[in-house]
Design a protein around this ligand. Structure first.
Ligand code: FES
Length: 159
């Protein structure tokens, strides 16, 4: 790369970052550029993919150990705010008891990110909804497992 070209690229990047800093908090920018817990867990205990009103989606998958979210990941095809919100939702939920993680709200994510622009607050709702839905699915699957076991027991006893 010629040094003139490198300089132009650096200037462009700096100008993009300058614009971003006018709109987003440092915490949002940091997670947008370097999201935590990004990805998808194979054979998760809980999983959900939720679509927001903007049409973007958020996936949450997690593993449970001793009643806590031992591992959690998110994926989104949404905007910078949704990446930051998914990252923060996963960070807040990591290591929490499932019931506590289910309480993680849009406002908690917004507070932890030091806010989002008004037009992007729904991105935090998408992250919160995806987390809650994955937890709901986890409990549903537990109930189904229990029902399955119960049916097997009945079948074994010939009732
Ligand atoms: Fe769709 Fe942010 S998630 S605009």
């Amino acid at each position: 790369m010629s040094s003139d070209f490198e300089k132009a690229v650096n200037e462009l990047q700096e100008s993009i970052m300058e614009d971003a800093r006018k709109i987003y908090s440092e915490k949002v920018i940091e997670r947008w550029l370097n999201p935590r817990n990004l990805g998808k867990i194979r054979k998760p205990d809980g999983f959900a993919k939720v679509k927001g009103p903007c049409g973007d989606t958020m996936q949450i998958s997690f593993k449970v150990k001793d009643g806590k979210l031992s591992k959690i990941k998110f994926m989104t095809d949404g905007c910078a705010s949704s990446i930051a919100a998914g990252s923060m939702a996963a960070e807040l939920a990591q290591g929490k008891r499932i019931e506590e993680a289910a309480e993680i709200s849009q406002q908690m994510i917004l507070d932890a990110l030091d806010g989002l622009p008004e037009e992007s607050v729904h991105c935090a709702l998408l992250a919160s909804n995806a987390l809650k839905e994955a937890i709901k699915k986890y409990f549903d699957s537990k109930r189904n497992d229990w029902a399955k076991q119960w049916n097997e027991d009945i079948a074994t006893r010939g009732e």
